[in-house]
Write a protein that binds this ligand. Structure first.
Ligand code: ZN
Length: 337
């Protein structure tokens, strides 16, 4: 039956009122003394039948009606349908959250295992040249405080080397040639390194070890390779993987930069790029030397001589990376010309 006598409880007082409960036009009508109301079928809930016991019909206003056991809502499939709607709604609400969480976790995992160098590369490209130069300036002032001293080379010597360097750097990148700075550092030894942002620092001790200016230029060509490929920035971003991942997930380049800035001076003092970066810089440097008409043999000879002098010692200059052996690199320099 879809129409029955019932007892209405307003949910706030204990008063019970006799009403007529009737289903019509998709509505449940409740009529009695002082009550005349109706609710959509979808908004009411009829408690399951339990033998001949009266059943409770819950109404959306917090009230309820006691109805006979044989009172039925007209569409038997209505209750399951409402359950379905509820499940659907819940799904609609939590599915995007679950999907997003799974994607983020998968992304982080993939990033850590496979993607850090690739992501570092992408982030490095998104860091503007002026931000990168700012990182370089910060790194230099840190290094100047802890490890570097003013160069003792004469002004003439500096000018001469600068001119030759600028010719080389302009060949590599006419629009934004790298800049050369001179410093001394007994602690750092015969070395040169590329700061983020295109500044190369040449240490007096390297100039002192060279027997020919082209030997110095050949090392600088290698460092220009590091500049062109933004290796220092990429290396530091790779090693501060957390920063890179934060940046990748949140699209927040500024955080990645601040993680990286702190790492630059330490890295430069230990100057160890990956083997891949060293090979890349060598290949770039060799091509640049060829273009400039400087014999690659200078690089091979200088490398071999310094390797013999400093080889096996921990203070081996950074540009003589330990990964591609000096011998192998010297051979590569003399190889495919
Ligand atoms: Zn290098």
């Amino acid at each position: 039956m879809t129409e029955a006598a019932g007892t209405y409880h307003d949910g706030r007082t204990s008063a019970a009122r006799a009403v007529r409960v009737r289903v019509a036009d998709g509505l449940v009508h409740i009529d009695g003394d002082e009550i005349s109301t109706a609710f959509p079928l979808a908004a009411v809930a009829l408690e399951p039948r339990l033998g001949g016991l009266a059943r409770r019909l819950d109404l959306p206003n917090g009230a309820s009606c006691q109805v006979p056991a044989d009172f039925e809502l007209p569409t038997p499939g209505d209750a399951p349908a409402r359950m379905e709607r509820w499940v659907n709604e819940a799904e609609i609400r939590w599915m995007p959250a679950v999907v997003a969480t799974v994607l983020i976790v998968a992304g982080l995992y993939t990033g850590i295992v496979y993607g850090v160098p690739a992501v570092a590369n992408v982030v490095a490209r998104r860091i503007s040249p002026s931000v990168e130069r700012g990182m370089g300036d910060q790194a230099l002032s840190s290094l100047d405080r802890v490890a570097l001293e003013p160069s003792k080379l004469s002004a003439d010597r500096q000018r001469h080397l600068s001119q030759r360097f600028t010719a080389l750097a302009t060949l590599a990148d006419p629009a934004a040639p790298a800049v050369l700075l001179f410093r001394a550092s007994p602690a750092v030894g015969p070395n040169a390194f590329a700061l983020p942002g295109g500044t190369i620092v040449l240490i007096d001790e390297l100039v002192a070890e060279a027997q020919h200016d082209d030997e110095i230029l050949s090392v600088l060509a290698h460092e220009i390779g590091h500049v062109q490929e933004r290796h220092t920035l990429r290396h530091v971003l790779q090693t501060s993987a957390a920063g890179v991942l934060v940046a990748a997930v949140l699209g927040d380049v500024v955080s990645a930069t601040s993680y990286a800035v702190a790492a630059v001076p330490t890295f430069l003092l230990n100057a160890r790029y990956s083997r891949a970066f060293e090979v890349e810089a060598d290949v770039f440097g060799f091509a640049l030397l060829d273009k400039a008409g400087i014999d690659r043999g200078h690089f091979a000879r200088f490398l071999t001589r310094l390797e013999e002098k400093h080889g096996g010692k921990s203070e081996l200059p950074g540009w003589i990376s330990t990964h591609p052996g000096a011998e192998e690199r010297a051979r590569a320099a003399l190889g495919d010309r």
